[in-house]
Design a protein around this ligand. Sequence first.
Ligand SMILES: [Zn+2]
Length: 115
Amino acid sequence: MTERPKEQTLAELAPANHECRLCGYVYEPLKGDGKGNISPGTPFEELPNDWRCPVCGAPTKQFSNIGASNAPSGFQDNLNYGFGVNRMTPGQKNLLIFGCLALFFLFFLSLYGLN
Ligand SMILES: [Zn+2]
């Protein structure tokens, strides 16, 4: 009963985002708040007491915990994106990238040829 899935524990360890209930602004600890001189990586709990919502000026009391947006497990899903490019070997990737560059270059040359 006390055992919990590891993913959930990791997600709980990640700094939680907090949303302003008045205007919908979301404080993301990983980004911090440039306007309020809050450096990236500052958890909501460690914000100074006089910190205010940069959009509407609401105090921290008006924010509610909406949980972490980018839990570590999210990175696993990215492997399936990009039409399988991420599953290619480095050699195949280089071939694809340089092939595209060569095509792009030829495309530009043909544009000059038209003039
Ligand atoms: Zn606000």
